[in-house]
Design a protein around this ligand. Structure first.
Ligand SMILES: Nc1nc2c(ncn2[C@@H]2O[C@H](COP(=O)(O)OP(=O)(O)OP(=O)(O)O)[C@@H](O)[C@H]2O)c(=O)[nH]1
Ligand SMILES: [Mg+2]
Length: 217
């Protein structure tokens, strides 16, 4: 057992080193990275489509990487925004790692990019431990997933800089208990900022954009 633990720690240490180097390198080029994480189907792609569209309309140079075990479906959806988009297929891996991100940027990331948005693999466990060189980690939970998700996946909510409650247009139908959700968030990550969005109605998207721009330091 100790050997397994050592190996796992070794992988995480290596990823942390690579992520730090990537953050420094991209920072020198004027690029900040946003890492979007959530369970499968919480609305990462839908939110990103809206964010990319609005940021481009405001004149910001944005680009997106999206990770999935299989298919290029999300890249196709995101490309509708007009932003440069690249799909990463993880070949069975349940998260992205810093070296995979770095390799996919080579020869692809446009020089003038200000913000690189990364949609992680839909999973509330694995991605929590892997820094991708981001300046802002956004965890998304939709109103249909249950109010106790922060308590069940504490690492993900603890490591996030921003919590987004998505599909807020469905809150009533799902009988979403806002105060129970906020209490669960407060228990695992006191003081973290929480925003509510709907990719359907556009509610809250501008606030997310503002928060992303605020991460430029
Ligand atoms: N009503 C409503 N539906 C939404 C919203 N956002 C996403 N959806 C729907 O939820 C489903 C999943 O959305 P996606 O954007 O694909 O979710 P995802 O997190 O990218 O999914 P994976 O990449 O597969 O993990 C789709 O059918 C979307 O149309 C929203 O704000 N409101
Ligand atoms: Mg997606």
């Amino acid at each position: 057992v100790p050997r397994v633990v050592d190996l796992k720690q070794g992988v995480l240490d290596k990823n942390d080193r690579l992520a730090r180097a990537l953050r420094a390198d991209l920072g020198d080029r004027g690029v900040i990275v946003i890492n979007l994480v959530s369970g499968p189907g919480s609305g990462k792609t839908a939110l990103l489509e809206e964010v990319l569209r609005r940021m481009r309309a405001a004149g910001h140079a944005v680009a997106a990487l999206t990770g999935d075990l299989a298919t290029e479906n999300d890249a196709r959806r995101l490309a509708r925004s007009g932003a440069p988009v690249r799909q990463i297929m993880t070949d069975g891996n349940c998260h992205l790692e810093a070296d995979i991100v770095r390799d996919h940027l080579e020869g692809w990331l446009p020089e003038d990019t200000e913000v690189l948005l990364i949609e992680n693999v839909g999973n509330l466990v694995c991605p929590a431990n892997y820094d991708l060189g981001e300046s802002l980690r956004i965890v998304i939970a939709s109103v249909t997933e249950g109010e106790d998700k922060p308590l069940k996946y504490p690492t993900m909510f603890f490591t996030a800089d921003l919590v987004v409650i998505s599909k807020i247009d469905l809150a009533e139908a799902a009988e979403f208990d806002r105060s129970a959700f906020l209490a669960a968030v407060a228990q695992v990550h006191p003081g973290v900022e929480v925003l509510e969005t709907s990719a359907r109605t556009g509610d809250g998207i501008d606030e997310v954009v503002e928060r992303i721009l605020g991460a430029r330091g």
